[in-house]
Write a protein that binds this ligand. Structure first.
Ligand SMILES: Nc1ncnc2c1ncn2[C@@H]1O[C@H](COP(=O)(O)OP(=O)(O)O)[C@@H](O)[C@H]1O
Ligand SMILES: [Mg+2]
Length: 323
């Protein structure tokens, strides 16, 4: 990798500048830069083939980038890959559990690979099995496990070496809603321990639920970055919904604000809005000046689905507005 003059923040989270990767002619990452403060959850959101796993593989030292630089857990990716490997945990898109071992044996195997003392491994395995509600299944062969149990075990195996940075590549893909919620709870609790989490997901709700910050990856480029709230606010598509106590109020308001979003049956009027206070105030001022009473008002910010749609292709026209 090439060094650049750009400074890198010296903390124990993750910082990357201009990561590039190609496979032959195919460019997979085209300059990905990100910063994940220690002890936070970051979600890399993107459709299939966007480059999420490639990013995880680079940052976890499994493959090398063609360009760019990064620091992970306080170490330089180029200079100190061994130190990084010792500090991180990775769970892949497909659970890496051994079918022919029991749950406990899987964790103990990981403990051994991490050069932990046998007694320490035993003790941590017991604690993790308890924490992940797998104690009753500790002696069962993993081949009998459900998808949700495998993912939990996979995460437990990652945690046995007590990594300070954890990469979770699509940790809930393919899980039923209930198992997904269980995984979310387990992931949330990790951050309470001070661990830094790099999560990839195709699920907008998952990023929204878990992440402090979200970046949207599309064709190897980050097309947006911010909190879930930031991303929602940067996308057109929100509206204010006004309800009136009678039809004459609705009529007057529609005359002042436009009648496109009028619903006469419900006595409501929808007015496009960016979700900001100034817009809201302007709308209310117009009605107030005309003596029109509003009964109730609700602000609808666009949800992450709107963001995703607008950012990753299907709504190309809006893409320019949010860069
Ligand atoms: N080892 C590889 N050889 C060739 N192409 C690859 C390889 N790994 C990934 N790719 C390609 O890179 C792109 C991004 O893949 P990936 O990072 O796995 O995406 P995601 O995890 O977001 O689904 C895809 O088009 C994929 O086919
Ligand atoms: Mg992937």
């Amino acid at each position: 990798m090439k060094a650049t003059a750009e400074p890198i923040t010296p903390d124990r989270g993750i910082t990357a500048h201009g990561l590039r990767k190609s496979y032959g002619e195919k460019s997979v990452l085209e300059g990905v830069s990100l910063h994940i403060p220690e002890g936070t959850i970051f979600a890399l959101l993107g459709p299939n083939g966007a480059g999420k796993t490639t990013t995880v593989q680079i940052l976890s030292t499994l493959i090398s980038a063609d360009g760019g630089q990064a620091r992970v857990a306080g170490h330089d990716l180029d200079q100190e890959p061994d130190e990084i490997r010792a500090a991180i945990g990775v769970t892949g898109q497909f659970a890496a559990v051994d079918e022919l071992l029991t749950a406990e044996e899987n964790i103990l195997l990981m403990a051994e690979l991490s050069h932990l003392d046998r007694s320490v491994g035993k003790e941590r395995a017991a604690r993790l099995l308890r924490r992940f509600d797998l104690t009753d299944d500790a002696d069962k062969l993993v081949s009998t496990f459900s998808g949700g149990m495998r993912r939990k075990l996979d995460l437990a195996m990652t945690l046995v070496a007590e990594p300070s940075v954890i990469f979770l590549d699509e940790p809930t893909t393919g899980l039923d809603p209930r198992s997904r919620r269980t995984m979310w709870e387990l992931i949330r609790n990790l951050v309470a321990d001070g661990v830094t989490i790099f999560l990839t997901t195709q699920y907008l709700e998952e990023a929204d639920q878990l992440a402090d910050r979200i970046a949207v990856l599309d064709h190897g480029k980050l097309v947006a970055e911010g909190t879930a709230e930031d991303l929602k606010n940067r996308i057109p598509g929100g509206h204010i919904s006004l309800r009136f106590s009678d039809e004459s109020g609705l009529e007057s308001a529609a005359g002042l604000l436009g009648s496109v979003g009028r619903n006469t049956e419900e006595l409501t009027l929808q007015v496009p809005s960016d979700g900001g206070i100034p817009t809201l105030r302007a709308v209310l001022d117009v009605l107030d000046d005309a003596g029109v009473q509003v009964e109730t008002l609700t602000v609808h910010s666009p949800d992450l689905d709107d963001v995703f749609l607008a950012l990753t292709g299907q709504a190309d026209a809006q893409k320019e507005n949010v860069r």
